[in-house]
Write a protein that binds this ligand. Structure first.
Ligand code: DAH
Length: 341
């Protein structure tokens, strides 16, 4: 039996060594180690061996199996390398060809505008704050003075996750979160950029869009401070000739509240299609923080006052770049996106 194993070993080693292709090697493997292979068959006759010898023969046969498997694997690698070498030798490589330049990405127009808004306010001493996109009913509405069933909730119909949690409809909840954290220290001077969500979908509304919220709380903050800050913002963003106009409005969390317009950048206020011949374009909502909101968030409305504003980033980008359809921002057409380097 030992002799037979030795013979098999010699023969197999030679065959493996001489194999010239992977297919041939596979055949050799099956013919020796396969179910009906030589070594397997030999092992089946182990029963005929003297019981005392059996364990030794068995372990020698197993050692041989391992050895052959290793040899085959090594040979396979050799054959593979050789075939790759052949392929490369046949291929003509022109090393003088210029390399392909890596395609560089660039910032999305909304990111550009968002960065610009942030930079203007950071320059005015504001800090950047963030809040969660999945917001509780409490922060999105309740703490901002929209009680349950208040009709003002209808202006911002949204996506509820449970009855208590929803995708935030505006960035205003960050006001409350920041004040809760900082109260009673002063001043609070933050902007909060981020995504917001509403059940809206047309050429000027998207179910997901971006806002930047602003909040200042301090002693003796006045409506004039708000107006001055917004005028400065409009001039930095749209040019030094910009004027702003405040119209009375309503938000539950500010009193008084205003809608803020800038003079139409398309027609220099002469009146055109974009501004519906009014000469003005609405860019944001603003107002003095409602005393109840200050109080809920931990400030004493008798000691401090505050102003707040909230602007839509898409709206500002559309005006700045003269884009008519907001959906262009989200359809990822490179011909559109590449215009904003
Ligand atoms: N959150 C408001 C909205 O989404 C915008 C807004 C209005 C924010 C007035 C404010 C504000 O901070 O004072 O429509």
């Amino acid at each position: 039996m030992f002799r037979k194993l030795k013979e098999l070993e010699n023969e197999a080693c030679l065959k493996i060594k001489d194999a010239t292709s992977i297919d041939e090697l596979k055949e050799i493997k099956v013919s020796i180690l396969g179910k009906k292979g030589e070594l397997t068959t030999l092992l089946r006759s182990l029963g005929a061996v003297d019981p005392e010898e059996r364990p030794k023969v068995g372990s020698a046969a197993n050692a041989l199996r391992l050895e052959l498997e290793k040899l085959i694997l090594g040979k396979e690698q050799l054959l593979r390398d050789a075939s790759l070498g052949d392929k490369w030798a046949k291929e003509q490589i022109d090393i003088s060809l210029p390399g392909r330049p890596a395609a560089l990405g660039q910032k999305h127009p909304l990111t550009l505008v968002n960065d610009e808004i942030k930079e203007i306010f950071i320059g005015l001493g504001f800090q950047v704050a963030h809040g969660p996109e999945i917001e509780s009913d409490y922060y999105n509405y309740e703490a901002l003075n929209f009680p349950a069933d208040h009709p003002a909730r209808d202006m911002q119909d949204s996506f509820y996750i449970t009855t208590k949690y929803l995708l935030r409809t505006h960035t205003s909840p960050v006001q409350v979160r920041v004040m809760e954290k900082l109260a009673p220290s002063l001043p609070v001077r933050i902007i909060a950029p981020g995504k917001v969500f509403r059940r809206d979908d047309d050429a000027t509304h998207s179910p997901m869009f971006h806002q930047v919220e602003g909040l200042v709380v301090d002693q003796e903050v006045t409506f004039a401070d708000l107006k001055g800050t917004l005028l400065l913002f409009a001039r930095e963003m749209f040019g030094p000739e910009q004027k702003i106009r405040l119209r009375p409005s309503f938000f539950p969390f500010t009193e008084p509240s205003a809608e803020v317009d800038i003079s139409c950048i398309m027609c220099a206020s002469r009146g055109c299609r974009v501004c519906s011949n009014t000469g003005w374009l609405e860019i944001l909502g603003a107002g003095m923080v409602h005393p109840r909101v200050l109080e809920v968030a931990g400030y004493d409305p008798k000691q401090v006052t505050g102003y707040a504003f909230g602007m839509g980033v898409e709206r500002i980008a559309m005006l700045k770049y003269g884009i008519a359809d907001l959906r262009l921002f989200f359809t990822n057409d490179l011909r559109f996106l590449k215009q904003f380097a």
